[in-house]
Design a protein around this ligand. Structure first.
Ligand code: NAP
Length: 334
């Protein structure tokens, strides 16, 4: 069911609310994974939609692997797939969704607007391409992938649209109005860039900001600010991404908590993310890990505090920064 635009606007004026597993409310999605100890299995966005707190991430999930990973995930209880146009695997994800027979209303689909398509006239065309590939007529969430508008004429980037993304946002608002997208948000935005956007007369506030968050780069200030501002954070590279996953799983505090709770190190970390109030997007194409990553449990307070303290006590180390690779003359995170 797609809400009318007025209803959406009215419900968006509510601040971000959080619910627990047992919380009442309109149910957009049905059977959900049951996390132990009262860990939240979903959050309520400013639109009123409930977003499952754990997603399967599909970046770098290769052709021939990603479809099987999606099917395994659906079987293991995942209700949320985090994808993007640029991952170039949306058609295989869509095919897997079709073959699995999952009802559209029972799954949360996120995609992202790639940097080359920020010009208002390009937004709907690329969104339609994602919709077609995914085999659906709406997305639950559509994000501006990066605060960077790339140009198509050989120049590295469009400075005006990069510094002032409101025209892109207005087009996303129009996509909500048209029913092609239910919620809109941003990714890789810092506080200044969010404020730069929200200083405009937005019809729809950003529902989420998807950023790197993991043991090595825990972003406590952003977590705090986002809660206060009613913007839900989504933690990408939650296990440290390919390069640091084994470092994450071998952090002494993580291993200690794993022994103490009977959870695996990956489960400790993924549960910690949800307990911090963020959505978490672990990627795996390995069936046993896909199942492992959704069997979560609230950490005892002392264990949670110990891990939070350890994560926030060392100098922050960002894992992903493509600025140089893209040939930019500035840091995309500044
Ligand atoms: N918005 C953005 O700009 C952005 C950027 C980066 C990522 N993301 C999103 O975030 C998702 C996750 O990020 P990510 O892929 O960078 O990092 P990640 O989820 O932290 O790490 C993925 C790596 O961890 C391994 N792994 C997963 N579960 C494991 C387990 N239980 N035990 C041991 N190893 C495990 C995976 O291996 P196998 O797959 O081989 O099992 C893979 O090598 C992406 O897929 C994407 O959806 C978004």
């Amino acid at each position: 069911m797609v809400l009318g635009f007025r209803q959406l606007q009215a419900s968006r004026s509510n601040a971000l609310r959080r619910v627990t597993n047992s919380g009442p409310g309109r149910c957009h999605h049905h059977t959900r994974p049951n996390f132990a100890g009262g860990l939240q299995s979903e959050y309520v966005l400013n639109s009123g939609d409930k977003i499952p707190s754990v997603a399967l991430g599909v970046w770098k999930a290769k052709p021939g692997e990603v479809g099987q990973a999606v099917k395994t995930a659906l079987g293991a209880g995942y209700k949320h797939i985090d994808g993007a146009w640029i991952y170039r695997n949306e058609a295989e994800v869509g095919q897997a969704l079709k073959e699995s027979g999952v009802r559209r209303g029972d799954i949360w689909l996120t995609s992202k607007l790639w940097n080359s398509f920020h010009a208002p006239e390009d937004v709907e065309v690329t969104l339609d391409d994602s919709l077609k590939k995914l085999g659906t007529d709406y997305l639950d969430l559509y994000l501006i992938h990066w605060p960077l508008a790339l140009k198509k004429d050989g120049k590295p980037y469009d400075k005006v649209l990069t510094d002032y993304p409101y025209p892109t946002w207005q087009k996303l608002e129009e996509m909500v109005q048209k029913g092609k997208v239910r919620n809109i948000g941003v990714s890789n935005f810092n506080i200044r860039k969010i404020q730069n956007l929200t200083a405009n007369p937005l019809k729809i506030q950003p529902a989420v900001n998807q950023v790197e968050i993991n043991y090595f780069f825990p972003q406590p200030e952003l977590v705090k600010w986002s809660k206060k501002s009613g913007i839900l954070l989504e933690a990408y590279s939650p296990l440290g991404s390919d390069g640091r996953v084994s470092d994450s799983l071998n952090v002494p505090v993580v291993k200690e908590i794993a022994t103490e709770t009977g959870m695996t190190p990956a489960q400790v970390i993924i549960s910690w993310h949800v307990q911090r109030g963020t959505i978490v997007l672990p990627k795996s194409v390995t069936p046993s890990r896909i199942a492992e990553n959704i069997h979560l449990s609230k950490l005892p307070d002392a264990a949670f505090n110990k891990l939070e303290k350890a994560a926030t006590s060392h100098p922050p180390q960002r894992g992903l920064n493509p600025s140089k690779g893209w040939g930019l003359d500035f840091d995309v995170f500044e």
